[in-house]
Design a protein around this ligand. Structure first.
Ligand SMILES: *Cc1c(COP(=O)(O)O)cnc(C)c1O
Length: 362
């Protein structure tokens, strides 16, 4: 990307210099040097604060998808029952992934422009089907929505569902996840969204209940969680850990905590409101319905009917603005502005929205 580019892609986002610099060392061996173990523990402690959990967090090399696959494969065996709350590309995607592992999956199926609201249907399904796991996506990045988690957590508790697995990749560090309050057993994350680190690390919180299931399932594979259970205590990781990537992730988490979580969430909310207001001012329409909860980290807009997305995208790029299209059935119909992490910045958004306005006028 050109230096002058305004990056408003919803991940990977712009990485601050100090985070890049944290990775820029000639580190020793993470297998032998206990400094690595200290860094790993420090990173875990920082991420626990951001996710709002006392559960242990495993940190692996790879981006978000690795954590998604690792969690599902480590906890599900063929025939296990899963109820998937689906309201977007990732929600339906996780349901398909669980099915690919052989799980029996029932979906709470919502259109992509809505968020979870009707606990009755979920409650009925969970009561009848008795799943091992409920899955949900907090921020559906492709549609710019944020699923409320409290009611799903209530259903989990009242019906004694062992595991609640939530994709918080695009919300953690931009909106309160509060994993413990929401009874999340597995909070799945990547480094390149709100954390604003390079796209090379995944981190997943694992509750005691989830560890029990991981033990029982005993999945072996590169993405397996089980070898991480005693990795810290025994200082024995299943593979050579990525010291540079861990250092960058720790620095990125440190920046968020230094700013203060409440301030960070307010900055994201302010960025979202500014983005929505500007979009409306230019005559653009939100993709999500008015009833849906809007994500504070990304805004999805309808591509105006008379405009071809590929042309608009190209024109924005030529004018120094990087924004994104969307995925699946939303491709070509939805465009997205990422205001997560470093990009939750009103001055940056103003410059970007000015360019978008200029391009659209032509
Ligand atoms: C980005 C993202 C992921 C992970 O995708 P990557 O391949 O790591 O980019 C998973 N879920 C959601 C909701 C995301 O936004």
């Amino acid at each position: 990307m050109k230096k002058t580019m305004i990056n408003l892609i919803p991940g990977p986002v712009s990485v601050p210099e100090v985070v890049l610099a944290a990775a820029h060392h000639d580190f020793a061996s993470p297998d032998l040097d206990t400094d690595f173990l200290e860094l790993y523990c420090q990173t875990e402690a920082r991420l626990q604060k951001i996710l709002g959990t006392k559960n242990s967090i495993i940190i692996q090399t790879g981006e978000g998808m690795l954590g998604l696959w690792g969690a599902l494969k480590s906890c599900l065996r063929p025939g296990d029952r899963v109820v998937a709350v689906c309201s977007g590309v990732f929600g339906y995607g996780i349901a398909d992934m669980a099915e690919a592992i052989g799980a029996e999956v029932r979906r709470i199926s919502l259109p992509y422009d809505q968020t979870f609201a009707n606990a009755k249907e979920l409650e009925q399904l969970v009561a009848d089907f008795k799943p091992l796991m409920i899955t949900a996506v907090h921020c559906e990045t492709p549609s710019g929505t944020l699923n409320p988690l409290a009611e799903i957590a209530r259903v989990k508790r009242e019906h004694g569902v062992p595991l609640f697995c939530v994709d918080t990749v695009a919300s953690a560090g931009g909106a309160p996840v509060e994993a413990d309050r929401h009874l999340i057993d597995l909070s799945l994350n990547g480094s390149q969204k709100c954390l604003s680190a390079p796209p090379n690390m995944t981190f997943v919180s694992v509750s005691a209940a989830a560890w029990e299931v991981v033990d029982r399932v005993n999945y072996a594979g590169y993405d397996a969680f089980k070898p991480f259970k005693n990795a810290k205590a025994e200082f024995y990781f299943p593979n050579t850990m990525y010291w540079h990537g861990t250092a960058a992730l720790s620095a990125a988490a440190g920046l968020i905590l230094d700013e203060g979580l409440e301030n960070v969430y307010q900055r994201h909310a302010d960025a979202m409101h500014y983005c929505v207001e500007r979009a409306r001012g230019i005559g653009l329409e939100l993709f999500a319905t008015p009833e849906a909860v809007k994500a504070p980290t990304v805004t999805a807009l309808k591509v105006p009917e008379k405009i071809e997305w590929a042309r608009l995208h190209k024109a924005c790029h030529e004018n120094g603005l990087a924004i994104a299209g969307s995925y699946g059935s939303l491709a070509g119909k939805v465009m997205r502005i990422g205001h997560m992490g470093t990009q939750a910045n009103i001055a940056l958004l103003k410059t970007g929205m000015d360019i978008l306005e200029k391009v659209l006028k032509k």
